[in-house]
Ligand binder design. Sequence first.
Ligand SMILES: *[C@@H]1O[C@H](CO)[C@@H](O)[C@H](O)[C@H]1NC(C)=O
Length: 452
Amino acid sequence: MNRPHAFSKGHSAYPRGSAFSISPNSFQPRSQPALRRRRQLFQRLCLLAGVSFLLTILIFPSWRAAVIPTLSLGLIHSSGDLQLQTVRYYDLSEVQGSEKGWERGERVLMLTPLRDASSHLPMFFSHLRNLTYPHNLIDLAFLVSDSRDDTLRMLSSMLQEIQNDADPKMSFGEISVIQKDFGQKVQQDVESRHGFEAQASRRKLMAQARNWLLSATLRPTHSWVYWRDADVETAPFTIIEDLMRHDKDVIVPNVWRPLPDWLGGEQPYDLNSWQESETALALADTLDEDAVIVEGYAEYATWRPHLAYLRDPYGDPDMEMELDGIGGVSILAKARVFRAGVHFPAFSFEKHAETEGFGKMAKRMKFSVVGLPHYTIWHLYEPSVDDLRHMDEMEKERQAQEQIEREHELADKQKQSSNSESQNDAEKGSSEGPAAQPPKDAAKGNSKQDKS
Ligand SMILES: *[C@@H]1O[C@H](CO)[C@@H](O)[C@H](O)[C@H]1NC(C)=O
């Protein structure tokens, strides 16, 4: 019963209070020499650790690389930071491609191979301007090859113009122009370009060009790749979104072309988009290992269902059709298809090359490949030599016909005027030739009208 007593004593308890008075000796600070000895030991240990660390780093350089970055937070500043700045990390799961890429800021690499294409460039740039997919999300890449016209110069100046446009929404992302010849020797005119003999080698060279262009320009930031030819005449401004919405690995629209009225007004253009058939597979088996089947020629009757022929102008534009081979006029593909190694074979892959081989290879790697039979874009109509000859004949015929009509008219007028006795006027009219010029223009106008 000490405590109550101490408290009751008040002042006597405080200065010699229980807390201080129990056993003062046990809390006495250590003697100075003991403290100094301990500090010295610690310093020596540190020194030893430091020296052995430095030695290890000198002896095992590879160890250095592993250790320095983890210490670089504060210790080894300059050299560590310089190394880190040259390393970039990408998470490709962020760029897989989704059905509403424009909302998620997904970048599209738009690729266009060009060859003697200066006459098509103004139209192509008009299409570019009209694209509704956000331009800043589109990177453009061009391959100019085997050209003898001034494609490259025109391209440069038109690119400069569009990038400097007053409208900030007009300019595109990164732009690459690559020039490389692939030795396309075939004349670029329509006749020889589409002749059967030239097809296989032409397609293999095109394949090389496409692979070259793609591998030189595909970046880890791209979610989509859009291949688009320069000679498309009419296409919806929303085409990238329209194709993207289907969320397929590879997708193509239907491609037709307008024709003059006397040739029927319109015609399927791209016959490279098709579904495989038993007949074609049997045919492929009979062919040489290096043979390349090119679709749309009588030489190879494959009886495949073609995307082009399934078109119904009033059909549902969203309807899909599974494809095996595809054409290259306008292809939207997820970038991961190319990253997985699918490419445009410049050799016979399952008896096909280039875009048809690409479709087959993508299918083989379990990617989805589809076409839209009722969603149509229009390829430029370039008259063939036959067409031109025919047009020439038609023009001559028309002129002859007009001549006959004029003579009849004149004869009629002469009859009438001989009645009214005023022959002078009629003769004057005939010498001026009130010829009918319009038919040619009218036909051209009509053939384009209902396509857009
Ligand atoms: C682009 O849009 C303008 C304005 O709507 C139109 O006149 C032009 O023909 C379009 N260009 C193409 C290539 O469709």
